[in-house]
Design a protein around this ligand. Structure first.
Ligand SMILES: [Fe+2]
Ligand SMILES: [Fe+2]
Length: 255
């Protein structure tokens, strides 16, 4: 990807985020000791991203039968991560929906949510496979890793009544995607060739995911949500800048 295209992708993301990744996080990320954690946590983030999108579709947009189809799609990935069962052929299921999902009645934006999220899920599963491939090639075994504070900390900012919960979770999704994009771009030049290429190759889809989440939040809300974007953005920047004793893909400044 050309420098100019990268800049075009990053400009709105830097405008959306309230701070950049601290240099101290980059310093930690390039420590050889942290490489296995970075990759394992990255794999987890990709799976988590698809699971969250599936959860949104299942909770708000489809009936039980379509929900089952989504669960079946996720199963080989979840078997691998939670049960260490690996059939080695994730690829065969990349387009793993056996039929189009049916929107349930009573939610006007169901089809829009399904369309954007199904594409996102497909891409996150693909990213997951790519991380696992790189780990395999480097002899890094997949081992479970305790989640960091970031996603949990953001979810605490979500309001607890509908439809506010949905709107806030979509905004949180936008922040997580935007941060990932910013972080991939910032750390990439300091990594080896293969990881550098891989991280840069992710920028386009992560930038679109950020935009998709934000568009869904704005469309579904049908009103001005700038104050929510502001509040969640401030919370996000706190989590990124405050000292963090754990190193993870979305961790704060190393304590
Ligand atoms: Fe991804
Ligand atoms: Fe993403």
């Amino acid at each position: 990807m050309l420098r100019q295209e990268i800049n075009t992708l990053l400009t709105p993301i830097h405008g959306f985020l309230h701070c950049q990744t601290p240099d101290s996080w980059i310093d930690a990320a390039i420590q050889p000791d942290n490489q296995s954690i970075l990759l394992r946590d990255h794999a987890n983030c990709e799976l988590k991203a698809s699971q969250t999108a599936m959860w949104l579709i299942r909770k708000y947009a489809v009936d039980a039968a379509s929900g089952e189809q989504l669960l079946a799609w996720a199963k080989p990935y979840e078997d691998f991560v939670y049960r260490r069962i690996r059939d080695g052929i994730f690829h065969a299921r990349k387009n793993g929906l056996s039929a189009p999902l049916t929107p349930k009645a009573g939610f006007a934006h169901g089809q829009a949510l399904i369309d954007k999220m199904v594409r996102l899920i497909k891409e996150e599963f693909h990213h997951f496979e790519q991380v696992i491939e790189i780990m395999d090639a480097r002899g890094i075994p997949y081992q479970p890793l305790e989640a960091g504070r970031y996603a949990k900390g953001l979810m605490r900012a979500a309001r607890t009544h509908e439809p506010a919960t949905l709107i806030d979770k979509l905004i949180i999704g936008a922040y997580i995607e935007a941060r990932s994009c910013e972080r991939f771009a910032k750390v990439a030049p300091h990594l080896d060739d293969e990881l550098q290429k891989f991280y840069i190759s992710l920028l386009r889809s992560e930038a679109r995911h950020y935009q998709d989440y934000l568009t869904l939040a704005e469309t579904i809300a049908g009103e001005d949500i700038r104050d929510r974007i502001q509040t969640i953005g401030e919370r996000e920047a706190e989590l990124i800048q405050a000292p963090d004793s754990q190193f993870r893909f979305h961790s704060g400044a190393p304590a």
